[in-house]
Design a binder for this molecule. Structure first.
Ligand SMILES: [Zn+2]
Length: 448
């Protein structure tokens, strides 16, 4: 009798303690797993039934990473994951303490791990992300920008950083047929990079060249690290309804620039490399007001240049696709916020529109888009080549090239006649395959 009483009073207390300790949390399952190898890190993603309580730690000799997840069962095979290109040799797992799960990654070499959870998006549910950063990869640190002393007789290449949007765990927008934005913008960006790099006086690089994610700030840092003269982010739009269509080009908005200026000034570190590209001015020794003015000037110049490039690009896109808006739009996109690098974002079309989804999946259509973007970039830089570049040198020595926007009633032969040149010279200079021109198209014109 005495015994029974004790049991009756103790049980609710134990149950309450058990609840407090979090053991009543519903069990979750690992339903799937993916690996995204990138040049400076590898991302392991576990699909979870909900948010989880987890911890990670590393062990040496041999290098291992241990992932402990509370109240979780493994309902997928981790052994099927393709580990090529990653530092993982093997993945093992076992239940632990009854309800918990332990996953052990046997590593080829030590890594710097970090982990976080992602909320559901269109494509996936709750996820636990474990990043294996290559040691010394410097993911978050701003590379210092060498101060350029422009050689007026220099013949350096114009550097263009091409940025395929999204990637890896972030698919971007999706089309009615299930096409992911990340998968069409990558080949489009690669094509553009190849076209640009094939031209004397130009070098183009990619922020990502595979199916992995890069943070938005990291993309602008990569452009800075390469001393880029221009940053072009490539995306595809989406809307709730299937009707909207057409390409658009964005530059940074004034409002976005103002908040970015404040952000830079609020940061104490890395200010010395801030506007190194614009005449090599350092903000280190300037008082706050002067630093603000200089930064503002740099921002304003960059936005003006961005709108200028965007205008040339739109004029050429008009030849190959419908335009969503007639002029360059301005918005506060994070990737456009470099204070000293002209930056544009090209929405190559609406992937939510069935016809444009089909177009974007076609290599020959993407080739047309890439050509149009390249033509715009090229005519912009021929108008205003950055000092110290081969293009600037050529402009001084070989006479120059002007640009002309086609108006109503213009013909290629008419434009050639008015500028004392030939149709063939114009076709060659503008990479045209026919005599056809359309209103708004930008043409390069040789001037003597
Ligand atoms: Zn996008």
């Amino acid at each position: 009798m005495q015994h029974l009483l004790t049991r009756i009073t103790v049980w609710p207390l134990l149950a309450a303690l058990w609840l407090l300790a979090g053991h009543a949390q519903a069990e979750t399952n690992v339903q799937g797993a993916r690996i995204w190898p990138a040049p400076d890190h590898t991302r392991l993603v576990l699909d979870m039934g909900g948010e989880v309580d987890h911890s990670i730690f590393t062990l040496d000799n041999p290098s291992r990473l241990v992932i402990d997840i509370k109240n979780t069962r493994l309902k997928t095979s981790l052994g099927r994951l393709d580990l090529s290109g990653s530092p993982i040799r093997r993945i093992r797992s076992a239940p632990r303490n009854g309800d918990d799960l332990r996953v052990v990654l046997d590593l080829k070499h030590s890594v710097e791990p970090r982990s976080f959870q992602l909320a559901p998006n269109d494509e996936y549910g709750n996820r636990l992300v474990v990043d294996l950063l290559e040691p010394g990869g410097g993911q978050d640190e701003a590379p210092s920008k060498p101060v350029l002393s422009e050689d007026p007789n220099g013949k350096r290449d114009i550097i263009v950083m091409v940025d395929p949007g999204h990637g890896g765990e972030d698919p971007g927008a999706s089309g009615p047929d299930g096409t992911h934005e990340k998968d069409v913008v990558l080949p489009l960006a690669r094509r553009l990079q190849a076209l640009i790099s094939a031209q004397p006086g130009f070098t183009a690089k990619l922020t990502r060249n595979g199916d992995y994610y890069i943070g938005l700030r990291q993309r602008t840092l990569l452009a800075r690290k390469e001393n880029a003269d221009l940053f072009i982010s490539i995306h595809a739009d989406a809307f709730r309804s299937p009707q909207p269509r057409g390409a658009s080009v964005f530059a940074l908005s004034r409002r976005g620039a103002t908040s970015e200026t404040a952000r830079w000034l609020a940061r104490n570190e890395n200010q010395s490399d801030l506007i190194g590209g614009v005449g090599g001015v350092s903000l280190d020794d300037k008082n706050e007001v002067l630093a603000g003015v200089l930064l503002d000037l740099s921002m304003t110049a960059s936005i003006n240049a961005s709108v200028g490039v965007g205008d040339h690009v739109l004029g050429n896109l008009r030849r190959v696709t419908h335009l969503h808006k007639p002029g360059v739009e301005q918005a506060a996109f994070v990737v456009l916020k470099s204070p000293d690098i002209p930056s544009i974002l090209v929405e190559s079309g609406f992937i939510s529109n069935p016809q444009e989804e089909r177009n974007l999946k076609s290599a020959s259509y993407r080739n047309k888009l890439a050509h149009a973007i390249w033509q715009g970039v090229s005519s912009y830089f021929e108008d205003t080549p950055p000092p110290g570049t081969l293009l600037a040198w050529q402009k001084r020595h070989n006479g120059s090239i002007a640009s002309y926007r086609i108006r109503r009633g213009d013909t290629l032969s008419g434009v050639a006649r008015r500028n004392s040149t030939t149709v063939n010279r114009l076709k060659e200079l503008n990479n045209l395959s026919s005599d056809q021109v359309v209103i708004g198209q930008m043409l390069k014109i040789p001037t003597s």
